[in-house]
Design a protein around this ligand. Structure first.
Ligand SMILES: CCCC/C=C/CC(=O)SCCNC(=O)CCNC(=O)[C@H](O)C(C)(C)COP(=O)(O)OP(=O)(O)OC[C@H]1O[C@@H](n2cnc3c(N)ncnc32)[C@H](O)[C@@H]1OP(=O)(O)O
Length: 303
């Protein structure tokens, strides 16, 4: 029965991707009325706005932590809770992840969470980052990243954990794992996610150079799946979602798990060791100095 309804849904959505827009503010300029159409009711939290559309089974999840969606401990926690809520509600089959902040999808780790902070806080923070990655990377939902802004480091990892990525064609919106430029290194599970997406040689080079790819290069290296004009990112993400939802959930979910379980298990087997490695690394004086200098440089730049 579910399969039949799944197929029925998919046919309808494939014919009219815009049908998925119903009840969301996407594609509309004016703020949505209280709860959107079809009884859809916005929910979420201070830093994550969720616009569910029960009729389509698709929710739009917007990061709303101005000015740059830096992954604070609160944002990490609220993202995990919002995702878990949608996963536990069988009405929903897909989530589009996007930004409510102009020009930035997500600036990655909130560096103030690890600069000048004690080891206990750094450990708590890193566990929250691990949890978000595990939740998104292994999600039973279809996750489509509608990347409507800059997407460095931790932001790139969130996008890479999705099933596919649509990037706005703006040369300022660069994406990649740039940790080495901060004097730090990506942990193995970020490296693994990169390798699984763009291959070993491309990852080896991009990780060492801390490459931030402009849209055309990101597309060419396989870091994103589509590059479209900025005003088409959300509609393209919806069309992509319809394509993925055309597949019966059970078969797609088992296949996703077959492809990703080994990578996730590597972290699950050594999660405490990974946390300890992170804490001992970031709490080194030399690393703290490097991060402080980087933050200072950011604060001196403008625009
Ligand atoms: C040790 C192992 C860890 C391995 C994993 C690491 C993953 C990471 O995510 S490390 C963090 C890497 N992130 C970055 O390198 C991005 C840094 N930010 C930027 O490049 C730019 O801010 C931007 C391109 C994202 C946006 O540029 P825009 O000109 O629009 O805004 P800004 O004026 O630069 O920033 C506004 C405001 O926000 C502060 N800020 C920016 N990024 C961060 C951040 N990641 N953490 C904390 N704060 C950040 C920036 O300092 C400005 O603050 P003020 O308004 O107070 O000046």
């Amino acid at each position: 029965m579910a399969l039949a309804s799944g197929v029925r849904f998919a046919a309808r959505a494939l014919l009219r991707p815009w049908a998925l827009l119903r009840g969301t503010t996407l594609g509309r300029t004016e703020p949505a009325a209280g709860g959107g159409g079809d009884g859809a009711r916005r929910f979420g939290s201070q830093r994550v706005l969720v616009e569910p559309d029960a009729a389509s089974g698709v929710a739009v999840m917007k990061l709303r932590n101005p000015p740059v969606n830096a992954l604070s401990l609160e944002l990490l926690t609220e993202l995990v809770i919002s995702l878990e809520k949608l996963e536990n509600d069988k009405t929903f089959r897909g989530v589009i992840l996007t930004s409510d902040c102009p020009r930035v999808f997500c600036a990655g780790l909130d560096l103030t969470e690890i600069c000048g902070r004690n080891p206990a806080h750094c450990a708590e923070y890193w566990k929250a980052m691990q949890e978000l990655w595990l939740r998104t990377y292994l999600s039973s939902l279809v996750l489509v990243a509608a990347i409507n802004g800059a997407c460095p480091a931790g932001g790139c990892i969130i996008a890479l954990s999705c099933d596919c990525r649509v990037l706005a064609d703006n040369p300022k919106y660069r994406i990649g794992l740039n940790e080495t430029l901060l004097g730090i290194i990506a942990p193995f599970w970020l490296k693994d996610t990169y390798v699984n997406t763009i291959g070993h040689r491309a990852s080896e080079q991009a990780l060492q150079l801390g490459s931030l790819f402009p849209p055309a290069e990101a597309l060419q290296v396989g870091l994103v799946d589509q590059v479209v004009p900025e005003d088409q990112v959300q509609s393209t993400a919806l069309s992509e979602m319809a394509r993925w939802l055309a597949v019966p959930d059970h078969a797609r979910q088992l296949t996703k798990n077959m492809m990703r379980k080994a990578t996730a298990d590597r972290l699950l087997r050594q999660r405490d060791a990974d946390t300890q490695n992170f804490v001992s690394f970031v709490c080194r004086d030399s690393i703290q100095k490097s991060l402080q200098a980087y933050l200072e440089k950011l604060r001196q730049r403008k625009g």
